[in-house]
Unconditional design. Structure first.
Length: 106
């Protein structure tokens, strides 16, 4: 698991309950989508959302993201940094600053 406090805590929780057997990449990806829906539900009737509930649902999404990264052998920090590098190339500042257009429309 991820070598940081959150990774250690997640590993312990999963190991204590013998849940790793259920953590296939498919199941974890499904869980991310389900929890993301619950996060979105926080804003269903109000653009503000209850801050405590939003944090709880966001924690659930992040938890499953960390577990999936671990399961597929990916370092979360590195995959985000790699993606940022590709995004910077697709969206150069001089063309994309202040715009929401997709890269092929810039």
């Amino acid at each position: 698991m991820i070598d940081r406090p959150v990774g250690v805590a997640l590993s312990a929780l999963v190991a204590e309950r013998d849940w790793a057997q259920f953590h296939t990449p498919e199941n974890l990806a499904k869980s991310i989508a389900i929890e993301a829906g619950e996060l979105l539900e926080c804003f269903q009737w109000s653009a503000d959302g209850d801050a405590a509930h939003v944090r709880d649902e966001l924690a659930d999404v992040l938890t499953y993201c960390f577990l999936l990264a671990d399961r597929i052998g990916a370092d979360p920090d590195q995959i985000v940094l790699d993606k940022l590098q590709r995004t910077r190339a697709k969206y150069p500042v001089e063309k994309s600053r202040g715009r929401s257009d997709k890269y092929d429309q810039l």
